[in-house]
Design a protein around this ligand. Structure first.
Ligand SMILES: NC(=O)c1ccc[n+]([C@@H]2O[C@H](COP(=O)([O-])OP(=O)(O)OC[C@H]3O[C@@H](n4cnc5c(N)ncnc54)[C@H](OP(=O)(O)O)[C@@H]3O)[C@@H](O)[C@H]2O)c1
Length: 335
């Protein structure tokens, strides 16, 4: 029987095309493209594929891996997979990695396994560190705003997590503008400034622009990190000719069949045609569009294969758009 060879990263990993962007007013540079483990790294996925994607990512300059306590499925298993990747491959390179996790969505039963209490966050970070075989994470996020818990309780827990050495930085995700403003202020006043705001942003979801969240993060000195930049696969060639059996829609996750309306498919086809004229795939163009100016620090992509990841990385080869192209995109997405 063959034993897995010991992983040795590509010595050219920082010369393979990755670019790095500063997260707000901080010392941190993040890769323009990061890898997220919400799906495709759980215990329903093979470890071999998870390892292959993580290796490919790091070999191409992706230093940032994004997790959360509930990622899988099953919940928690993506962190366990990452723990195995650490043990098998990444341990010697810990200082080259920027690893995030989060708490705030439902993870264990009872009143303390959800939302933003100090009790929940403190227990969750310890569980996450154990699952991932880590002594600390680089950034710990409050995964969502909790309207029931006093915001100061959640924010003070973030501050203390940093003080206790369990995270180097903190961030917030999906906070509405008013709560985000309080968070930026409170965290700055407690000398643990918010490093990143994580929000859903893609060609089919312009909410961060429309709500002002994008500019607010910039003004507060926080980086903006875009999640689901490919609208979970809609903004790729995945659904151009039906619903592939191994796709996120067919597997019945968060992306539902109902999302593929005739109107959306028409937009996907029109965007695909424009991408082809630019010499890009739709996935590449969709990521390039997010990265065209520097308001977005990093886009966190998901990938079910190395080939998808390789395609996504090619986005960096052309992130500029002519005025005509931008106008055409606007007309397609907001007819
Ligand atoms: N803060 C939050 O609340 C929050 C919420 C959601 C996500 N996130 C973070 O953001 C990360 C990314 O989210 P996401 O998985 O929704 O991202 P996404 O990049 O929008 O979608 C990923 C999916 O798109 C398809 N895909 C990716 N590249 C492709 C390519 N080149 N060609 C064709 N298909 C491609 C794959 O679908 P198939 O699986 O069908 O192949 C893949 O699973 C998550 O892993 C997580 O880290 C954070």
């Amino acid at each position: 029987m063959l034993i897995n060879p010991i992983y040795s990263p590509d010595s050219q990993r920082y010369e393979n095309g990755m670019t790095y962007r500063r997260a707000g007013r901080s010392g941190i540079l993040l890769p323009a493209i990061s890898l997220g483990m919400w799906h495709n790294f759980g215990d329903v996925d093979t470890l071999a594929n998870s390892l292959a994607k993580a290796h490919y990512a790091f070999d191409h300059g992706i230093t940032h891996f994004d997790l959360a306590n509930n990622y899988g499925p099953s919940a928690g298993s993506a962190e366990e997979t990452f723990g195995q990747i650490m043990k098998k491959s990444f341990a010697p390179y810990r200082d080259e990695l920027f690893i995030s996790t989060k708490a705030g969505h439902d993870i264990w039963p009872g009143p303390y396994g959800d939302w933003g209490s100090r009790k929940s966050l403190m227990a969750s970070i310890d569980q996450s560190l154990r699952r991932m075989n880590l002594e600390y994470v680089d950034i710990f996020y409050s995964h969502r705003y909790d309207p029931q818990t006093p915001l100061e309780e959640t924010l003070q827990a973030l501050v203390d997590i940093v003080r206790w050495g369990k995270a180097l930085y903190v961030g917030i995700s999906k906070y509405p503008p008013e709560a985000a403003a309080t968070a930026y202020r409170y965290l700055r006043e407690h000398d643990v400034p918010c490093l990143c705001y994580q929000g859903r942003y893609n060609l089919f979801n312009l909410e961060p622009e429309e709500s002002g969240i994008l500019h607010q993060a910039h003004e507060a000195g926080a980086g903006f990190v875009a999640f689901s930049p490919l609208a979970q696969g809609l903004l790729t060639d995945r659904y151009l000719n039906g619903i592939p059996e191994d796709s996120r829609v067919a597997r019945g996750g968060f992306l539902k069949r109902e999302a593929l309306t005739p109107e959306t498919l028409q937009k996907i086809r029109a965007l695909h045609a424009l991408a082809t004229r630019r010499g890009q795939t739709l996935a590449e163009m969709s990521l390039a569009w997010l990265l065209k100016d520097d308001l977005v620090t990093s886009v966190i992509v998901g990938a079910s294969s190395v080939a998808q990841l390789a395609d996504n990385l090619k986005a960096l080869q052309n992130i500029s758009f002519s005025d005509e192209e931008l106008q055409e995109i606007k007309q397609i997405i907001q007819p």
